[in-house]
Design a protein around this ligand. Structure first.
Ligand SMILES: O=P(O)(O)OC[C@@H](O)[C@@H](O)c1c[nH]c2ccccc12
Length: 267
């Protein structure tokens, strides 16, 4: 099978071209700027929220709202983003991550909007960002942060996208899976560094990915261990290595009440 990430990026290019015909870049920018002047829609401080939890001795959890994934299929049938968002926020999540990719994750922009409106914690737009259009769109939707995946971007492009996000007041989570990718991620200004334990070529998940890259990360970065955090032993393993920020999806999505599951995993 060809690399899933390549496929997703190819689809994303077509989607962005079509979306920008429906709502122009100028319109997205206008809405983004309007949101930045609106008390309820202006950025909530994604990185700040994570660091605050960590400073108080707790885990900084980015709790994900994800209906399905290419590797696991449907994760949750009873899928109500506003309800899930409230449950996560009430059980100590620092932030939310909401999948908006339609084709591979059954996400939607509307899920981000309703999740954010249902709580007061910051929200990451979880998507495959390849074009600045998507960054204006993210802020226009009310997102507080965007994801940049090193594996799908060129060096210059990544820096341009980060600058665009920062100009709009969005925080950036940069995601890596290997040492060469980590080296590129360190070109960026963002202190928030996600290490994805899932290999997007094979779907193999191992927490060793995070542990093996640790020594390359300079002081001043907040490492987020992403994917495959399934139980308290996984959390403890990471915390033993002073990794205090987590991005968790599946383990919570499969639970009857995702927020209660979050509490059981971290509290
Ligand atoms: O469901 P998990 O194994 O807890 O993983 C969550 C998150 O890390 C995963 O959804 C993810 C990490 N990076 C991504 C990039 C795009 C889409 C999804 C992802």
């Amino acid at each position: 099978m060809s690399d899933i990430l390549e496929k997703i990026v190819a689809t994303k290019k077509v989607e962005v071209a079509a979306d920008s015909q429906k709502i122009s870049l100028a319109n997205q920018r206008e809405q983004a700027e309007e949101n930045n002047r609106d008390e309820t829609l202006k950025p909530r401080g994604f990185i700040h929220s994570i660091n605050q939890k960590i400073a108080s001795g707790k885990a900084g959890v980015i709790a994900e709202i994800k209906k399905a994934s290419p590797s696991k299929g449907i994760l949750r049938e009873h899928f109500h983003p506003a309800e899930i968002a409230q449950s996560y926020a009430n059980n100590g999540a620092a932030c939310l991550s909401v999948l908006t990719d339609r084709n591979y994750f059954q996400g939607a922009n509307a899920y981000l909007q309703s999740a954010r409106a249902a709580c007061s914690i910051p929200v990451l737009r979880k998507d495959f960002t390849i074009d600045s259009y998507q960054i204006y769109e993210a802020r226009a939707l009310g997102a507080d942060a965007i994801l940049l995946i090193v594996a799908c971007l060129e060096r210059n492009q990544m820096q341009e996208l980060e600058a665009c996000a920062h100009e709009l007041g969005l925080d950036v989570l940069v995601e890596v899976h290997s040492a060469p990718e980590l080296e590129q991620a360190l070109d960026l200004k963002t202190p928030l560094l996600g290490i994805n334990n899932r290999n997007l070529k094979t779907f193999e998940v191992t927490l060793q990915t995070t542990l093996s890259l640790l020594s390359m990360v300079p002081a001043g970065k907040t490492i987020v261990t992403e994917s495959g955090i399934m139980n308290r032993a996984d959390v403890q393993l990471m915390r033993n290595h002073h990794i205090n920020a987590f991005l968790v999806g599946e383990a919570l999505m499969r639970a009857t009440d995702p927020g209660v599951a979050l509490g059981e995993l971290f509290n």
